[in-house]
Ligand binder design. Structure first.
Ligand code: ASP
Ligand code: MG
Length: 400
């Protein structure tokens, strides 16, 4: 088998940890696999480098930031290669450039355009374990680029896709993907498998196990991803095609997104083009609108509500004042969004009703609702957020 293993910052956070990782990598190699390892910088290192740059300038050149930040991953990749070689396992460290990872020219947020698989293959064929510095590549002009924060996941998935790896394991400090945040519901269970689409919904709702872009890429390139802990031997969670999951639960997880605020415009003139003006303005300001609700008009006016991330509320307020589409605009940041996610919803009816029933039994009022094929989201008062998560987790028997 060809295996890609990616280790995040906490997994390689100290020299002892790098030693532990070297042992795990050597086991994969000793059991007959070809092994490619992708590493992050030691935890805290990238932030430290950013703060060094900010000591000199609030707006450091992005080309230089890439030179600076890419160094963190080069440190861990070379140390890991040295550790493995010392254990008797020949290993070579490669920068993004040496691994043939070509990106576009947008420094600090570059996108991978292609990977020349021969670069890594040549080293694998020589019997080496290949350790690639994550989070980086090289532009057409030969400049070092980085992929955006958290980008090592993306490096690993892209490499697994380009080299047709059998498996891409993402090692972190959590055991995998849970039915909900175990800090809210201790009965939360780790999922054995979850589909790409469910993972994407959960990730965009704040489950931080995997970077969203890397899940999108895994789906596109059909890479079987496993997320698991490098601190124990527990099996992780596999993220894979829907067809690969035999027993589809109706609901796989419950998510709570606290970074929500609601905006309500009252008595907006009910004529064509008004929504376009409002949401064009928000788009121009790069504000991420999530749910939108427009009521049936009455007397030539209507009410319009939408949600934005809480940390964008002030900018939203400024934008609304500028376009002045309504006399009365209400802002409420005391709301959260709870969502249930599951591919099984496609083939079952009444799933949403169970959620509504459950929350009503708890006396929780639904302020907004939105649904997709595999998700039901509800905006409720913030103080009920955790209660709602536990009630829904129970209602769908996710602890079973
Ligand atoms: N070291 C980079 C960061 O902290 C990339 C990564 O860890 O994935 O964003
Ligand atoms: Mg990271």
């Amino acid at each position: 088998m060809l295996v890609v293993q990616k280790y995040g910052g906490t997994s390689v956070g100290t020299l002892e940890r790098i030693e532990e990782v070297a042992k795990r990598v050597s086991k994969a190699k000793a059991s007959g696999n070809d092994v490619i390892v992708v590493v992050s910088a030691m935890s805290g290192e990238t932030n430290k480098l950013v703060s060094y740059a900010e000591h000199f300038s609030k707006t450091p050149q992005s080309r230089e930031m890439d030179m600076l930040l890419s160094s963190g991953e080069r440190v861990t990749s070379s140390l890991l290669a040295i550790a493995l070689s010392a254990m008797g396992f020949p290993a070579v460290a490669m920068s993004g450039r040496q691994a043939g990872i070509k990106t576009d020219k947008f420094h600090t947020k570059a996108r991978i355009e292609s990977i020349d698989r021969l670069c890594i293959e040549k080293e694998l064929n020589g019997g080496n374990i290949v350790i690639v510095a994550g989070f980086q590549g090289v532009t057409e002009l030969g400049e070092v680029s980085t992929l955006g924060r958290g980008g090592s996941d993306l490096s690993a998935v892209a490499i697994a896709g380009a080299l047709d790896a059998d498996l891409c394991e993402i090692y972190t400090d959590v055991d995998g993907v849970y039915t909900t945040d175990p800090r809210i519901e201790p009965k939360a269970k780790k999922l054995d498998k979850i589909s790409y689409d469910e993972m994407l919904e959960l990730a965009s709702l704040g489950a931080k196990v995997l970077q969203t872009r890397s899940v999108e890429m895994a789906k596109k390139l059909n890479v079987n991803l496993v997320t698991r802990s490098s601190f124990n031997d527990n099996e992780g969670t596999m993220i894979t095609k829907e067809e690969n999951i035999m027993e589809q639960p109706v609901v796989s997880g419950v998510a709570l997104d606290k970074n929500q605020a609601r905006v309500t415009l009252r008595k907006v003139v009910d004529k064509p083009g008004i929504a376009a003006i409002i949401f064009r303005k928000l788009a121009d300001e790069n504000i991420n609108v999530d749910m939108i609700i427009q009521n049936v008009g009455h007397d030539g006016t209507t009410n319009l509500g939408f949600t934005v991330p809480q940390n964008e509320l002030e900018r939203t307020r400024a934008a609304m004042e500028e376009i002045n589409a309504s006399q009365t605009v209400e802002y409420d940041s005391d709301v959260v969004k709870v969502s249930i996610v599951g591919v099984g919803m496609k083939s079952h009816s009444g799933v949403a009703c169970t959620a509504f029933d459950t929350l009503s039994k708890e006396g929780i009022n639904l302020e907004m609702i939105s649904t997709s094929e595999i998700k039901v989201s509800m905006v409720i008062a913030a103080k009920y957020g955790e209660l709602a998560v536990r009630a829904l987790h129970d209602a769908y028997e996710l602890d079973k």
